[in-house]
Design a protein. Structure first.
Length: 321
């Protein structure tokens, strides 16, 4: 059978080129919009491999109906959209794109943090709406980051990079949560591994970098937001399902949190009726953590290599299990 790979959205050309060089037939989504589950299913029926986006739901039903697939590579490091444990039982290999988006995503978390700390949303709105009348001695007073304490929730690659930027660039003390000690990270940043409660009680900045799992879903709920310091900042560039939107709104409006910066929401896209969009101290981005030219090109290349390896029956260079 000719090997056919479905790429569910438009991604950098490099991937198509690499696959075609191997004689692999590429099925592209010419409309560059998310495929409906019906379309995804129908196109997958004609494919032996898939390059999927984090918005594609690859659950048990989909996999059971497409058990002929040999390999799926997610165009993302997170893979909570794929039931990879079930895929494994069917002999379908699942890959992702770690490492190459570490800098891009940590830099975006940093961008959100700086923008929140210095009230960028209200300040740009002030200029655009013609309200900039004078230099304001008491206007837009933000939080100075230097020397503050930051909690990294989930010190994987991206969390560690964020911790390094905060420690080396802003002289911050770093606390982190993780399933195991990160000795190199501790050595380079003097970071200290603590329980979640302590991290939330001590930190001026809480930045979320953990994967979405059954343990982290809704981790930032009423109870845990209530532990955060008065005047602290909450940043989430991981997954929207990790924070509870209503609870976040409550603590942003009751004087506990100074601000929140979100690159991820639940659902995505965010509802235009979300109360968070009305707040001047909540900055929301449309999930652009890995959106740099370099990161997306490297992600495309990893996906292509994962697919080629999977179709050849080899172990994937970036396998999720
Ligand atoms: C990922 O790769 O999981 C990120 O969320 C993309 O920004």
């Amino acid at each position: 059978m000719t090997q056919s790979v479905l790429i569910t959205r438009r991604i950098p050309e490099l991937a198509m080129k690499k696959l075609k060089e191997q004689g692999i037939n590429v099925i592209e989504n010419s409309e560059d919009r998310p495929l409906s589950s019906r379309e995804l299913h129908d196109l997958a029926q004609r494919s032996t491999g898939l390059i999927t986006m984090l918005s594609d739901k690859i659950d048990k039903d989909f996999l059971a109906a497409n058990s002929h697939l040999k390999v799926i590579s997610n165009f993302a490091v997170g893979h909570n959209n794929i039931d990879s444990a079930f895929a494994k039982t069917l002999g379908i290999q699942v890959g992702n794109t770690p490492d190459v988006l570490t800098h891009a995503t940590a830099e975006l978390a940093m961008t959100l943090l700086l923008a929140c700390a210095r009230n960028l949303q209200s300040a740009t709105q002030n200029v655009k709406s013609g309200q900039w009348n004078n230099w304001e001695p008491m206007g837009f007073l933000g939080m100075e980051l230097y020397g503050k304490c930051a909690a990294i929730i989930g010190a994987g690659r991206i969390g560690q990079r964020m911790g390094e930027i905060l420690n080396k660039g802003f002289g911050m003390n770093i606390l982190y949560t993780a399933q195991s000690d990160k000795k190199d990270f501790e050595k380079s940043t003097q970071a200290r591994r603590v329980e979640l409660n302590e991290a939330l009680q001590m930190a001026d900045i809480v930045s979320v970098h953990c994967p979405l799992t059954e343990n982290t879903r809704n981790l930032f709920n009423q109870k845990n937001f209530a532990l955060m310091k008065k005047g602290s900042i909450f940043i989430n560039t991981a997954r929207g399902e990790i924070h509870d939107e209503k609870a976040l709104h409550h603590f942003l409006t009751n004087g506990t949190l100074f601000a929140a910066g979100l690159d991820v929401t639940n659902p995505e896209p965010m509802s235009m009726n979300s109360e968070l969009l009305k707040l001047p101290n909540c900055l929301v981005l449309p999930h652009i953590g890995s959106a740099t030219v370099t990161a997306r090109q490297e992600m495309a290349l990893i996906c292509a290599r994962n697919i080629i390896q999977g179709l050849n029956g080899e172990k994937l260079e970036c396998s999720v299990v």
